[in-house]
Design a protein around this ligand. Sequence first.
Ligand code: ZN
Length: 75
Amino acid sequence: MGMVMIRCPETGDSIPTGITTDREKFQCSAVFFARTYCRICSVTHEWFARDAWVYDAALAKGDAGRWRSSPASAA
Ligand SMILES: [Zn+2]
């Protein structure tokens, strides 16, 4: 399980959406639309699943980046 993350369009920071899911399930799911309150901007950002990625703490410890195909690739 991992936390679904999005990138704040204002600051570029990664922010957790509060949604936890399996990476495989997330990638297989239909495109969905959601809103997440951003504490940095104090506004609610709207986002699509394609803009989000799953942060898996277990993977991040070891094999970080192999599966990643997210806007964070430049980071
Ligand atoms: Zn924001």
